[in-house]
Design a protein around this ligand. Sequence first.
Ligand code: SF4
Ligand code: SF4
Length: 369
Amino acid sequence: MKFVLPKLGFGLMRLPRLEDGTIDVEQTKVMVDHFLDAGLKYFDTAYVYEGSEEATKKALVERYPRESYYLTSKLNAGDWAAKDAESAKKELEISLERTGAGYFDFYLLHALSKNNIDNYDKYGIWDFVKEAKAKGLVKHYGFSFHDQPEVLDEILTNHPDVEFVQLQINYADWDNPAVNSRKCYEVCVKHGKQVVVMEPIKGGTLANPPKQIRDIFEEADPNASVASWAVRFAASLENVMVVLSGMSNIAQMDDNISYMKDFKPFNEDEKAVIEKAQEVLRSIEQIPCTGCHYCTGGCPMQIRIPDIFTAMNQKLIFDNMEGASRRYANVTKDGGLASSCIHCLQCEDACPQHIEITSWLEKAAEVFE
Ligand code: SF4
Ligand code: SF4
């Protein structure tokens, strides 16, 4: 079955927040309205996105006919999210209750990698989602994936019924060995699976790339936003069914809508521009952190790892020591210095990008402390 959907999806992981840290539901409603008004339909939440499913209920489900949009959620059987088979399976019931959606159009096993695949097998989650589909609670199921292409190939060989795969694809990670977007995409093509793209802007990093890259894009098209190059790169891949953008405000959404409403794939000149940007990016060292926060929940020292890495990348990519130091001081003002790491390695086990977190923290301590 080939899914033909509007190509832009609304990732509900980074919704706008109020000062008290809760999701700004009123602002989310405005964003949902803009998105649907543009003829777009795909919304992506997850059991582990704090507050997101409840906000989705208020901003979307209670305000629009159920058949007017597609809603996706995810079941996470990783150790940090589910302690046993029962609690993992219970996530579907809880997600349905939180969203009030009645069913999910697309349902994913969340963030598969060789570190957690055993849990999905031993908890019987593959059969569980098939049963959920037979009951109509889930229309289609797939999985999101954070590992190397060989692992993906093995999973798709063992589970040929999977209907789609969600992958991290962006022009910066296309040939990045830690992510291997291109090879993973090719594995999906080989198995005849369509792809949902996550992190097309690499957690926001590619909306603010190094000056050399910004210059390349602005010279090629002064009217296109820098982020548009990243989103259109992913959407131009033939086997991609939807590209998720984790929009946090109306400005980002309106920019995305402006070029994705009537999406046109890259032409040959635009492909050459991206190749030039990739070449420049390869020459700059940086930490490939997407800000997913999977590493922080279990850190015994409450180290704000992705925030420290943002500061470190500001230094590495932009050589902005003043701004980076200010950011580091702000992130660590209540404790959690990079040097307080006790090397328990919980974070490295949880990191889908396989970043050597402890060694980068040592470097951050050297630079900032
Ligand atoms: S290795 Fe360090 S940063 Fe990672 S979880 Fe342990 S204490 Fe926290
Ligand atoms: S270090 Fe890894 S787990 Fe932590 S936020 Fe970055 S990418 Fe995610």
